[in-house]
Design a protein around this ligand. Structure first.
Ligand SMILES: NC(=O)c1ccc[n+]([C@@H]2O[C@H](COP(=O)([O-])OP(=O)(O)OC[C@H]3O[C@@H](n4cnc5c(N)ncnc54)[C@H](O)[C@@H]3O)[C@@H](O)[C@H]2O)c1
Length: 388
C-alpha cells in the first residue's frame, strides 16, 4: 500500500481528462480543473440539462452528452467514470479498450466476470485503472494508516467495518441491490490496513424487505453480515455489515481496527470523534486501557497547493475573495486525494493505488459474500485477481 505521491511533479507534464456522469461526478470537477498537471477537462452527461448546469457553474467549455465522443476523441488521455452502477463494468472495459486511462467510482462491477474483464483489459492496454474508493483517502483512514506505519497499533488482531445507509428514493438501480454489492466503503479500508485480501467468506442475509425490492436482483435481504477469512500467515478475521433498506440506522461508513497495542474505533454517530484505545500496564485482573477521542487532521499537505482546499466543503472563490461556494468536499476530504493519485500515477508512469487487481479483490469479496448469503452462509472461496 503506497499512497503518498510526489507533490513536486513537473507542472510541464499534463494530461487531458474527461469526467463522465455529473451527479456525484460534479464533486470532482473543481479538483481536475485546478490540478496543475491537468491540461483540459471535458465533462459528459447523457442529461443535457445537467451537463449545462454543471458546465456553466464551473465554466467548463468542453461538453458532450455522448460517452462515444469521449471514447473516440484523440484529445483525451484519461476518463473518470461516475455513471450508474450497472454501467461500470462495460464502461470501464470500453475506456481501456480505446487505450485511455480509467478511473471508476465504486463499485468496480457487480459480478466476477466483469471484474475479470476489467483486469484483463487493463493488462492488455497497459493503461492505468484506479478504483476511486473514497474510504481509503479520508482523514481518518490516513490517520490510522500512519498509526500503523509508526508501529502504534502493533499486530492487528481483528477488523470490523460497517456501512449503514437507507436507499429509499434513490435511482431505480439501487432498489433491492444486494447489500454486499456495495460494501467497499467498509471492506476497502480494513483490507488495506491488513495489507491483504480475503480468501474466503461466510455471510448471512438478515431481515425482511417488501416484495417489490426482491425483483430487480433476486435479493431478499435488506442487511447482510459477513465474516472474512483473511489471506494472512497468522489467523486474521474481519467482520463487515451492510444495510440498505428497512433498517432504522443513520448513515455511517465506518471501520474499526483492533491492535495488540492500540485500537481505532469509529464513533457511533457521524460528526462525533472516533476513539483510540491504548494498552497500558497490567493491573491485577486485566490490563489498563486508556482512551481518547481524536481529531484526524486534514492532510492538505499531501496535495498540490492548487487543489488542497478542495478537502473542505466551503471554498473561497479566488476571483472574488468575498464569495465562497460549496463543492464536493464530502467523504472525509477524500476527493482531491483521489484525483491527485489518479493524475500523478499517470504522469509518473506507475500503477495507482488502489489499482485494478487490488480493487477487484475488494469488490469480489462483497460479490462472494452475497453468494454465501444466498447459500445460507456457506463458505465461498474468493478469487485472487493477482493470479488470474
Ligand atoms: N463515496 C462514493 O464513492 C460514492 C458516493 C456517491 C455515488 N457513488 C457512485 O457514483 C456513481 C454515480 O452516483 P450518482 O448518485 O451521481 O448517480 P446518479 O444515477 O444520480 O447519476 C448518474 C449520472 O450519470 C448520467 N449518465 C447515465 N448514463 C450515462 C451515460 N451512458 N453517459 C453519460 N452519462 C450518463 C446520468 O444522467 C446522471 O447524471 C454511482 O455508481 C455510485 O455508486 C460513489
Amino acid at each position: 500500500m503506497t499512497i503518498d505521491s510526489d507533490i513536486t511533479m513537473s507542472p510541464e507534464q499534463k494530461i487531458r481528462v474527461a469526467i463522465v456522469g455529473l451527479g456525484f461526478g460534479a464533486a470532482f470537477v473543481p479538483s481536475y480543473l485546478h490540478h496543475p498537471n491537468v491540461e483540459s477537462l471535458t465533462i459528459c452527461d447523457a442529461d443535457e440539462e445537467k451537463l449545462n448546469l454543471i458546465g456553466d457553474r464551473y465554466n467548463v467549455e468542453k461538453r458532450t452528452t455522448r460517452l462515444d465522443d469521449i471514447l473516440n476523441s484523440s484529445e483525451i488521455d484519461a476518463v473518470h467514470l461516475l455513471t450508474p452502477i450497472p454501467l461500470h463494468g462495460q464502461n470501464a472495459v470500453s475506456v481501456l479498450e480505446v487505450c485511455k486511462h480509467c478511473a471508476c467510482t465504486v463499485p468496480m462491477a457487480t459480478n466476477l466476470d466483469d471484474l475479470k474483464a476489467i483486469v484483463a483489459a487493463q493488462r492488455k492496454s497497459g493503461k492505468n485503472y484506479m478504483g476511486m474508493e473514497t474510504a481509503v483517502y479520508t482523514r481518518r483512514f490516513l490517520y490510522v494508516k500512519e498509526m500503523l506505519e509508526k508501529g502504534e497499533i502493533g499486530k492487528i488482531q481483528f477488523l470490523r467495518g460497517a456501512h449503514y445507509q437507507d436507499m429509499e428514493g434513490w435511482p431505480s438501480y439501487w432498489m433491492g441491490l444486494p447489500p454486499m454489492y456495495y460494501a467497499t466503503h467498509a471492506i476497502g479500508p480494513i483490507f488495506a490496513l491488513a495489507n491483504t485480501r480475503a480468501k474466503a467468506v461466510h455471510c448471512f442475509g438478515s431481515g425482511v424487505m417488501r416484495p417489490e425490492l426482491h425483483e430487480q436482483y433476486g435479493n431478499p435481504y435488506p442487511v447482510e453480515t459477513a465474516i472474512f477469512e483473511m489471506d494472512s500467515p497468522t489467523p486474521l478475521a474481519a467482520e463487515v455489515t451492510r444495510s440498505l433498506f428497512h433498517t432504522a440506522r443513520d448513515y455511517t461508513e465506518s471501520f474499526n481496527v483492533y491492535g495488540e497495542k492500540a485500537t481505532f474505533e469509529w464513533e457511533q454517530i457521524e460528526d462525533e470523534q472516533p476513539i483510540v484505545f491504548r494498552m497500558e500496564a497490567q493491573e491485577g485482573r486485566g490490563s489498563k486501557i486508556a482512551f481518547e477521542r481524536i481529531d484526524a487532521p486534514d492532510r492538505q499537505d499531501l496535495l498540490p497547493k492548487e487543489i488542497a482546499r478542495f478537502t473542505q466543503r466551503s471554498i473561497y472563490d479566488e476571483t472574488d475573495p468575498h464569495r465562497s461556494f460549496l463543492q464536493g468536499g464530502g467523504h472525509g476530504g477524500s476527493h482531491p486525494h483521489l484525483v491527485h493519485e489518479f493524475v500523478s500515477s499517470i504522469i509518473e508512469n506507475r500503477q495507482p493505488w488502489p489499482d485494478a487487481v487490488t480493487t477487484a479483490n475488494w469488490v469480489a469479496a462483497g460479490i462472494c459474500a452475497h453468494e454465501s448469503a444466498m447459500q445460507g452462509g456457506a463458505r465461498v472461496e474468493i478469487p485472487d485477481f493477482s493470479k488470474l
